[in-house]
Design a protein around this ligand. Structure first.
Ligand code: CTP
Length: 400
């Protein structure tokens, strides 16, 4: 999995830096080409000579290699890598990464790096638990970085708690797992619709729904992490996308979402239709803001929107897979199964509309997958990220 992979191993100033030597040895043994980049503080904990000997490459730790005008290019480094692994990552480095404070070559390489970045924090338990650290880690996650959670154990301070850098074997397994996941959907083009649609009444008002887009965005991120080229057609939501494998197309109305989906579906291997598309739109959109004084009552005449899922289902080729969603109250199984057939889907994900911990808005979901052969699988309550993994696994098992 790591053979010929180019890895930047970033080492920062923590006592756990001694474990970086073991990690580096394991990387080389697995066939990886590793370039060590150290912060100045890291050199207090482990000698560059140890690391350059193990990696068979000079360690990079300064912008300028000497007094003769030669310099280390952090941009070249960032572009060279297949992955960057920062282990150990101190609270200070994590804070600089989160805020783009580029005062050493490790951070500049990080900011220039187009490849996935894995971060193994190492610090005292209270530093790790501090809201500043947690906020910074959350930011790194939002940039698409993978955090290898520290373990609970004895710390250099003598205290016991969460903050101990994961063991080199676990970090290596995380890196391998990352490359394995990335190859599963490599070369596949996946279309994802997400979020609500807003149907204009006048220039300032709309008919919409409570969809947050979280499930669809988790699916888009999950597919991209597993190597797919994702086209995410997003309704009006405030969520951000970070993965470079995601091309995002923002739309407002169902008609706009339909046009984008119909354009991109023929070149896609699969579509996951997660959007809560408004079924109806106002038949006419007022050009000027409707004035309240002028009317005490108002009747909206609505007209049907295109059914995106059914349209894509009708144009689906044998080598394409479509997954849909059904948000239902009560016993949704028969209704979801009927939608699956009517829209010619390969499988449908049923989620409850009237539970506080699943469906719209929240971070968790309780899904049931029903496929076109009539098989049904119930999953327990999970984070939307984990539910997305189950849905993507189902998709992978169906792709030709
Ligand atoms: N869907 C769509 N276009 C629409 C309506 C729905 O693509 N105009 C998709 C949704 O993204 C979802 C599936 O169809 O994948 C089912 O959506 P849902 O709203 O549950 O079904 P409807 O057909 O709209 O039926 P109803 O609202 O009456 O339950």
């Amino acid at each position: 999995m790591l053979n010929n992979k180019k890895i930047i191993l970033g080492i920062t100033g923590s006592i756990a830096a001694y474990k970086a030597a073991v990690l580096l040895r394991a990387l080389i043994r697995e066939g990886a080409e590793a370039q060590v980049v150290m912060t100045p503080a890291a050199k207090e904990f482990i000698a560059p000579l140890t690391l350059s000997t193990l990696s068979r490459k000079a360690v990079v730790s300064e912008f300028f290699a000497g007094k003769d005008g030669t310099w280390n290019s952090h941009v070249d480094l960032g572009l060279w890598a297949d992955a960057m692994l920062i282990a150990p990552a101190t609270a200070s480095t994590i804070g600089k990464m989160a805020n783009g404070i580029a005062d050493n070559i490790l951070i500049t390489a990080y900011l220039s790096c187009k490849a996935p970045v894995l971060v193994a924090p190492a610090m005292d338990l209270d530093m790790y638990a501090h809201p500043a650290t947690q906020l910074n880690l959350q930011r790194l996650r939002s940039y698409g970085n993978i955090i290898i959670e520290p373990a609970v154990g004895e710390l250099a301070s003598g205290l016991v708690g969460k903050g101990r850098m994961e063991e080199p074997e676990a970090i290596l397994a995380a890196l391998k797992g990352h490359f394995a996941r990335r190859s599963e959907l490599y070369g596949k083009k996946i279309l994802v619709t997400a979020g609500p649609t807003f149907e204009k009444i006048d220039p300032v008002r709309f008919v919409g729904n409570f969809s947050s887009g979280k499930m669809g965005f988790a699916i888009a991120e999950g597919c991209a992490e597993r190597g797919a080229e994702v086209t995410l057609i997003a309704g009006p939501v405030s969520l951000r996308t970070s993965h470079p494998g995601i091309r995002r197309i923002n739309v407002g109305s169902a008609n706009e979402m339909y046009a984008a989906a119909a354009e991109h579906f023929p070149a896609s291997d699969a579509a996951i239709l997660c959007a809560a598309v408004a079924d109806y739109r106002p038949a006419t959109i007022a050009g000027e803001k409707i004035k309240r004084e002028e009317q005490t009552e108002m009747t909206l005449h609505l007209t049907a929107n295109p059914d995106i899922a059914a349209s894509l289902g009708a144009m689906k080729r044998n080598d394409q897979v479509i997954a849909g969603f059904a948000l239902e109250t009560g016993d949704g199984i028969p209704r979801a199964s009927a939608k699956l057939k009517r829209k010619n889907l390969d499988f449908i994900v049923l989620n409850p509309a009237n539970e506080s911990d699943a469906g719209f808005g929240v971070d968790t979901n309780r899904i049931t997958i029903i496929d076109s052969d009539g098989n049904r699988r119930d999953f327990p309550l999970k984070s939307k990220q984990d539910a997305a993994t189950d849905i993507i696994n189902e998709l992978i098992s169906r792709l030709p």
